[in-house]
Design a protein around this ligand. Structure first.
Ligand SMILES: NC(=O)c1ccc[n+]([C@@H]2O[C@H](COP(=O)([O-])OP(=O)(O)OC[C@H]3O[C@@H](n4cnc5c(N)ncnc54)[C@H](O)[C@@H]3O)[C@@H](O)[C@H]2O)c1
Length: 378
């Protein structure tokens, strides 16, 4: 696609992001990011391009990479044409992604906007001095609080901890767009198809509810007893994974954890079963020794020794981003407004924040909620 078309798509997103538009006016006047370079790891797509223009209006210099499988090349080219340092192409695999993270860090950022804790992990490993940063997603928050626990030397506001992000983006945004990604990629009907949603957290409950509202026959697999109970009361069958394997037509992982569906699970699935992922990394579906064979746009075929064939969608990357347009514009207006206000808080007063991962301050949540509600009523 041409840069002109990409610019139109970015303008379309901008028109539907009123909360960010209002913040942009404030930042243009106050310039909180003058003299600051922000290293960014976030899906390179039109909504992120709108965020970049807002941060630049506030005085920031930017170096950005995306996540594997979700970069839109025309948007990357547009950002580069506007003088932003951009690293990332649609076909990047894990190795290319690691190299891109390295390139962003070579700009010696003062602040980080991270997605999956990839930038923070390298900054900490190399002892780079960072004023502070934000973390977008559940997977990154888990890494900061588990693998990197006690090691984080600068404040990181975890956008994912915000109840607003959980409700608006993870539940409604991911719910709607995973269904959209499934329909676009497969061209199949949802009513009466049997879906197994593995993980009934914020995203999983959205995916399950939107599938059900389209007429899908949905069951949930969930380790946490409280969430499993919630799934049952929401009207879903709750099954152990082993029970669900021979039942499901489509399996959607959304746990944020590795190795959820593995080689040993595949033999008990039905012939023709479809595997898809909504979690941050493709690691939720582990293929083992199986070699995926191209079987259509966004669809791969897996031939099992038992003679059955399984299908994997979007290379196991997030189906709503790799197989669709990503989360709805309005939900990302909210999420990226949380990002903008959190980064501004750090630029203005990092010394007032403790080191390590922490929730978005409540006053920011409330201001963004008020602004979004006003925009929805407008
Ligand atoms: N696709 C997108 O656009 C998008 C957007 C936001 C978040 N995410 C990603 O989605 C994933 C889930 O995020 P969330 O906010 O729903 O997290 P969450 O913590 O609210 O939910 C995850 C759920 O998975 C369950 N779980 C963990 N291991 C399991 C297992 N082996 N079997 C069954 N259930 C298991 C947990 O108990 C939890 O209830 C993360 O990787 C996150 O980064 C994706």
């Amino acid at each position: 696609m041409s840069l002109e078309v990409a610019r139109e798509r970015i303008d379309w997103a901008r028109r539907h992001m009123p909360v960010l538009a209002a913040l942009r006016e404030k930042l243009e006047a106050s310039r909180p990011f003058d003299g600051i370079l922000i290293g960014i790891c976030l899906h390179i797509e039109p909504k992120t391009a709108v965020l970049c223009s807002v941060l630049r209006a506030g005085g920031a210099e930017l170096a950005i990479t995306g996540s594997p499988g979700t970069t839109q090349d025309d948007v990357a080219d547009t950002l580069a044409s506007e003088g932003i340092s951009v690293y990332g192409r649609a076909q990047d695999d894990a190795a290319a992604h690691a190299a891109n993270i390295d390139k962003v860090m070579s700009h010696r950022p003062n602040m980080l906007l991270d997605n999956g804790a990839d930038l923070a992990a390298i900054a900490l490993e190399r002892g780079v001095s960072i004023l502070g940063g934000t973390e977008e997603t559940t997977t990154g928050a888990n890494r900061l609080r588990e693998d990197l626990a006690g090691d984080v030397t600068f404040p990181i506001l975890v956008i994912n901890d915000s109840p607003l992000k959980a409700i608006v983006e993870n539940q409604h945004g991911v719910g709607q767009t995973i269904v959209e990604g499934f329909m676009r990629t497969t061209n199949l009907l949802i009513p009466r198809r049997r879906f197994v949603v593995v993980g009934y957290g914020w995203c999983g409950r959205g995916v399950a509810r939107y599938l059900k509202s389209f007429g899908g026959d949905v069951c949930a697999v969930e380790l946490d007893a409280i969430r499993a109970l919630e799934a049952a009361l929401d009207g879903f069958a709750v099954r152990e994974l082993e029970e669900a394997l021979p039942w499901g037509d489509v399996f959607i992982t959304v746990t944020g954890r590795p190795g959820i569906l593995r080689r040993e699970h595949f033999d008990t699935m039905r012939d023709g079963a479809i595997l898809a992922n909504a979690g941050h990394f493709s690691w939720e579906i582990e293929l083992g020794e199986l070699e995926p064979l191209a079987a259509g746009d966004g669809i791969e075929r897996l031939e099992l020794p038992n003679g059955n064939t399984l299908y994997r969608l979007a290379r196991g990357e997030m189906l709503n981003l790799a197989g669709g347009g990503g989360n709805p514009v309005e939900t990302m207006d909210l999420g990226l407004a949380l990002q903008t206000m959190s980064l501004t808080r750090i630029a203005r007063g990092a010394k007032d924040l403790i080191a390590g991962p922490q929730p978005v301050p409540d006053d920011i949540n409330r201001e963004v909620a008020r602004r979004m509600l006003a925009a929805l009523r407008a």
